[in-house]
Design a protein around this ligand. Structure first.
Ligand SMILES: [Zn+2]
Length: 126
């Protein structure tokens, strides 16, 4: 039996504990009232990405909104080009966690294709 799903606020708290209280895209501290933390789906929901902790990282509301439909690899490049301080290591770790979770739980065929191509792109840079 999988553990009962956490609500959004509890998921966000777990993510901040796991990854630190920084926006994964710009590096700003999201533990303050000035910069609101949101949960960001690494594999987007429209691409079949599940609302699992393994697929979620913390991002500030601005970066989350501005990412739009960009893939994680594209948006990491764009953030770096803007002079921000993105965390490719956090994104890669999330993709790898999601890959293991899907192997364990099965399903998620659409997400898996997207995930595979993003894993290839990010691993090729390391
Ligand atoms: Zn940000």
């Amino acid at each position: 039996m999988p553990p009962p799903p956490l609500n959004r606020r509890d998921r966000l708290a777990e993510i901040l504990e796991r990854d630190g209280a920084c926006c994964v895209w710009c590096g700003r501290d999201v533990g303050t009232d000035l910069v609101r933390a949101t949960t960001e789906h690494v594999v987007p929901r429209v691409k079949g990405g599940p609302s699992w902790l393994e697929n979620e990282v913390a991002a500030c509301a601005r970066c989350n909104r501005q990412r739009g439909n960009r893939t994680p690899a594209e948006w990491l490049d764009e953030c770096a080009a803007r002079g921000w301080d993105p965390s490719p290591a956090t994104i890669l770790a999330s993709l790898e966690r999601l890959e293991s979770a899907i192997e364990e739980r099965g399903g998620q065929r659409r997400a898996r294709r997207y995930l595979d191509s993003q894993l290839r792109r990010l691993r090729n840079r390391a």
